[in-house]
Ligand binder design. Structure first.
Ligand code: SF4
Ligand code: SF4
Length: 271
């Protein structure tokens, strides 16, 4: 892990884009804070602008693009996102990453766009009353490849955030399981979900009577409008960020049993 964390990169292996922040499931310790997120639908023209700016910096060196959230199928314009994604990255492997709940309700036009744009359906198996095998067959009958992200979820990982920001940035980064999870969000490239979606945490803290404590430093993300080079992007993706001071790797719990979120800020933040 330490070697991988410090090796210079030549491509972006995975890039996440959140089409929505909210979700129709409510999982404890959701790593993207969806249970406490307000309803938010990404803007399709901003999505196109952001992807093009990134593409102009790194060319075709985005190998996989995941359209997710929250639950991406909640976005009424999801088909438009698929078209734009394929247009900007014609050679990338692209998928919609879903919890599966809405898959059987998607209209024919969705499947046609998925097929034409050569986009896969990736799904996570949750212990809910949903026939995932039937869902895979449903997609296959419509000409779309569907595959699972892994075994059925039984537990989640909790990486508590310490709003006092006292962690050693370098040591924390070297222990981080999210060093290869870049996120594209509203004109910026971010290193990881924790930094990218810190606005959700801050909003939830204020709503629950606390002070918003998670500050994004200029070095925590890359502004896409800054005339970036590929080297700028790969250098940024190869080093820790100031935000790592908030992650408390000494208190990681890798076995939080899957279940409903309390929607309390304390689920993510050690207040
Ligand atoms: S399905 Fe669960 S883990 Fe995934 S985004 Fe929704 S609430 Fe979070
Ligand atoms: S802020 Fe740093 S330590 Fe925390 S999840 Fe992101 S990359 Fe990992």
């Amino acid at each position: 892990m330490a070697a991988a964390a410090t090796m210079p990169r030549q491509f972006i292996e995975h890039l996440d884009y959140h089409v929505v922040d909210h979700c129709n499931l409510n999982c404890v310790c959701c790593s993207t804070y969806s249970p406490i997120a307000k309803e938010r639908f990404a803007d399709i023209s901003q999505f196109g602008d952001d992807l093009r700016l990134l593409q102009s910096a790194v060319g075709e060196n985005v190998l996989r693009l995941h359209l997710l959230g929250g639950e991406p199928l909640l976005h009424p314009e999801i088909e438009g996102f698929l078209v734009v994604a394929r247009e900007v990255f014609p050679g990338a492997r692209i998928d919609v990453t879903s919890n599966g709940v809405l898959v059987s309700k998607m209209p024919d036009s969705f499947w046609e766009t998925m097929r034409k744009c050569d986009i896969d359906l990736k799904y996570t198996r949750y212990p809910i009353s949903l026939d995932y095998d039937a869902m895979v067959e449903h997609a296959r009958e419509r000409g779309v490849f569907a595959y699972s992200a892994g075994d059925e979820i039984s537990c989640f990982r909790r990486i508590p955030l310490n709003p006092r920001g006292t962690s050693n940035v370098h040591q924390t980064y070297l222990r981080c399981p999210y060093i290869d999870c870049p996120q594209l969000r509203e004109g910026r490239l971010c290193r990881c979900p924790a930094s990218a979606y810190s606005d959700i945490l801050n909003d939830a803290m204020v709503e629950s009577g606390h002070i918003a404590r998670f500050k994004l430093n200029a070095a925590d993300c890359l502004e896409l409008h800054g005339g970036l080079s590929a080297q700028d992007v790969f250098d940024f993706l190869s080093r820790p960020i100031p935000f790592c001071q908030y992650c408390d790797m000494g208190k990681v719990d890798n076995a939080v049993p899957w279940g409903p979120s309390s929607r309390e800020i304390a689920e993510w933040v050690d207040l």
